[in-house]
Design a protein. Structure first.
Length: 476
């Protein structure tokens, strides 16, 4: 796809979806206001709202645009986009309220409340659904843009690996640009990861001028000085191409970063890791309330799963296993038994067939898994008894994967940071691929969660867990 086309399509789709949803909200507001039995008659609501409808639709869309709701950059799928829409809607609601008061326009207050009370979440929902469509299209090779990566060969390969793994971002690596002091990694015109070296960072303007590049990523080692980077920005100014800078900081959430320009020098203030906050009472109260509610709601599922396991081979319904939790304390982790009764004894015979790296043991077709166990594992129903672990304070709804004592014995100092918070029934590891992840990626995601905890992140992970469980990807 030609450079910039993907961004133009995304912006057009966003504008169309917003316009349709705003128009739908206006119609719903008119119908709902006239149908509410506890409000007085409003015979003129249709005429008044119809008069104001064009201004409401156009004004709402314009405010979203002014608040950055239709970005030129390839970041329309960022979660901050939802925040921009909400803030723009609140801003427009204030403008409409003040305008009607000053101009004495007789807009129904009930219609006003319905309009923004329903329209704002509807706009957010529309973007959530559109983002999912865009992500799926990018994963299938549609709406992608070619990108150049400038920097040292090692950094180029690291970034390329991330872009390949996170294909929903929509970037396709076109080549690498490395400084002259590097030979391209293998001496064959390619980096060690196989990315073709197209030249040095100085060649960026010429490559961009060809018209098939949508973005350029500048990583560590791209330029010898700030002056050289500034000149590069000047050279790229005439081109509709994204300039993306990858700082040396990694695995730090945006909530922990604050940029403060001082005399042209962007100082990045980094908040300390947030592992201590993940142990506060607010998270514990949320865990107990959420787990208790889920136990009640899912009690029929719990009973059916227990009966299915029990009736299959007359063995115990629950599997109890020692796991390591907060601060290295062990606890009895509960799961519905998904394997044969003597599964532990058969483990040593299967060690050579381990399909993952690191300290974990995983097999996509483990012969020890029973027939009902396969179904329970696919949809993570075998983990539902852990809700009782959450109520008892041994686990959390969201957190790192609970490890085995044998796994913890092999942990290095860095990996042991996973034990600074309660292990979770779900976490970044589950919504990012579960068993499909390598050991390195599992550790990286868990450490990211520990260092960047927030209540909003927990809620986001819980929402994403539903899709991961229903899809069954990486579950075996």
């Amino acid at each position: 796809m030609r450079f910039g086309t993907s961004r133009r399509i995304s912006r057009t789709l966003l504008a169309l979806v917003d316009s349709l949803l705003i128009g739908l909200t206006i119609v719903l507001g008119i119908l709902a206001r006239g149908a509410l039995p506890f409000l007085g008659r409003a015979n003129d609501i249709g005429q008044i709202a119809a008069t104001a409808a064009p201004a409401l639709l156009l004004g709402w869309a314009c405010v979203i645009w002014l608040r950055g709701g239709y970005p030129r950059r390839n970041d329309a799928t960022d979660t901050s986009d939802y925040t921009r829409v909400v803030l723009a809607s609140l801003t427009f609601a204030a403008i409409v309220g003040i305008g009607c008061y000053v101009l004495q326009f007789p807009l129904s207050r009930a219609f006003y409340v319905i309009l923004f009370g329903v329209g704002t979440p509807l706009l957010v929902l529309g973007r959530v659904l559109l983002n999912r469509v865009v992500h799926l299209a990018r994963k299938r090779g549609v709406m992608r843009e070619r990108v150049l990566i400038a920097g040292t060969p090692i950094k180029v390969d690291d970034i390329a690996a991330v872009l390949e793994r996170e294909s929903w971002l929509g970037y396709e690596v076109a080549g690498a640009l490395v400084p002259t002091r590097f030979d391209g990694g293998t001496g064959t015109g390619r980096t060690a990861g196989g990315i073709e070296v197209l030249g040095t960072p100085d060649a960026v303007p010429d490559l961009v001028a060809r018209g098939d590049i949508g973005a350029v990523i500048f990583a560590e080692g791209s330029f010898p000085s700030a002056t050289a980077f500034r000149r590069m920005a000047w050279a790229m100014e005439p081109h509709d191409v994204e300039m993306i800078v990858v700082p040396a900081l990694t695995d730090v959430s945006s909530e922990r970063l604050a940029i403060r320009p001082v005399a042209g020098l962007p100082l990045v203030h980094v908040e300390p890791p947030q592992s201590a906050r993940a142990r506060r009472m607010v998270k514990r109260v949320f865990d107990v309330a959420g787990a208790s509610a889920l136990i009640v709601l899912l009690s029929p599922v719990l009973l059916a799963a227990a009966l299915a396991v029990r009736l299959h081979d007359r063995g115990p319904a629950l599997f109890r296993q020692q796991r390591v939790g907060l601060d290295g304390r062990t606890f009895e982790c509960l799961k519905f038994r998904s394997m044969v009764v003597d599964a532990d004894r058969a483990l040593e015979e299967l060690r050579e067939q381990n399909e993952t790296d690191g300290v974990l043991f995983k097999m996509a077709h483990d012969p020890r898994v029973t027939r009902p166990g396969r179904f329970l594992r696919r949809y993570s129903l075998d983990e539902l008894p852990q809700l009782f672990n959450v109520v008892r304070g041994e686990m959390s709804l969201v957190g790192p994967r609970p490890p085995l004592p044998s796994e913890v014995e092999e942990y290095g100092a860095d990996v042991r940071r996973r034990l600074r918070v309660r292990p979770g029934m779900t976490g970044l590891w589950q919504v990012s691929g579960r068993s499909d992840l390598s050991w390195e990626d599992t550790v990286r995601l868990d450490l990211y969660y520990v260092d960047n905890w927030s209540m909003l992140q927990d809620l986001s992970i819980l929402a994403r867990t539903f899709n991961a469980v229903v899809g069954g990807r990486g579950a075996y």
